[in-house]
Write a protein that binds this ligand. Sequence first.
Ligand code: SF4
Ligand code: SF4
Length: 451
Amino acid sequence: MTKREGSLEAPTRHPLDWKSPSFYDRDSCLQEMERVFDICHGCRRCVSLCNAFPSLFDLVDESATFEVDGVAKDDYWKVVDQCYLCDVCYLTKCPYVPPHDWNVDFPHLMLRAKAIQFKEGTPTKFRDSTLSATDRNGKLASIPIVVHAVNRANRMPLARGLMERALGVHRDAWLPDFDSRTFRRTAAKSVDYPVRDGERSPGKVAIFSTCFVNYNEPGIGHDLIAILAHNEIPYVLVSGEACCGMPKLELGDLDAVEKLKNQNIPQLAALARDGYAILGLIPSCALMFKQELPLMFPDDAEVQAVRAAMFDPFEYFFARRRDGMLHEDFNAELGRVSYHVACHTRVQNMGQKTREILELVSGAKVHTVERCSGHAGTWGVKKEFHETAMKIGRPVFNSMAEHPDGPPQWIASDCALAGHHIQQGMSGLEKPTGPRLAHPITLLRIAYGLA
Ligand code: SF4
Ligand code: SF4
């Protein structure tokens, strides 16, 4: 039978069979890894995406047989450790994804392996579980008497050295500040504007603020609110919001993902049924509700309802514009913006909506960089991965600095964490360009001239 590369049909994603006992069967997972690694070894398209593929190909090339059968199964975990589940190989590169017979889903195979590792326990389990408890960490660190000490410790070399030894957080990795004036506590109440539904955009918004915006950078949430108010779109905050579960998913802790899903989905589904557009302010969190939870819980109607109502903020503004309901009275220029498309924005398959909206601002020159920054949630701050994260990000740091119209005045990424990682990488370049870092939502607020 002739094997055709790729498929004439659109890629499909199989649900994750994580409730089945065989999902956690180590031998069957290793067998599947051998099958997929062999296909990847013959293909090698993904070599430049991340460090998982180079790790695999090095193992093969250094083996006695130069084939996957020469690689010790124990070494497979070295590949697993290098994958941070960005999904880019599946959604933008691989011609062998289903419905192709070869049925390659590299990220979900890595997720299965991580889930097995998590169940079995790893030496870094305490560190990994601590870092991924974003909601709990945020609640503790944003307590007024604690917040200054935490923020100061993040900047003190001595404290960072201790943290590296005790927790395995790399001493040079950028860590976010915490803010005691959390977004959810300080967000202004919406004016009671009339709801004007568009064909593509619901006329009222529910804000899923995310742990990062709530505890670390509430300003992004306030900027979103200012933009919604300017466009006379009524909004609410999602009540009883918990972490979306992405940090736990990346760890393979699927039971924790289910617990968080059970906390979030009832009220999100009620909002979806009530006709709200739900805006997730961090791409990974929006992706969690758009893709990962629907694949983990394919028969859960509430999860599917939330999927249909979830928007990236710029996807929403773009739909609003197509409905003729987005104000375009921008009165401040942005100038040269180097804009990074985060991986978890890319894999939402919605096109470059952030760029398209920012380009509406008069005089805005948006230079778009679409490549992994290497930050990858908590992965890039870990002691053993931080240097690789900086290496993966280097082409992005360089491209962001090379705006075709001159030195960038702004750098921006849909992923606020990736933005800081990029800023850190750019400040190490030989010719520091000195652009300001701002989230695209903040840039939009500036362009509107909203105080
Ligand atoms: S999901 Fe991302 S990190 Fe993992 S193997 Fe694919 S491209 Fe690399
Ligand atoms: S994931 Fe697909 S495209 Fe990437 S190396 Fe493997 S087979 Fe090739």
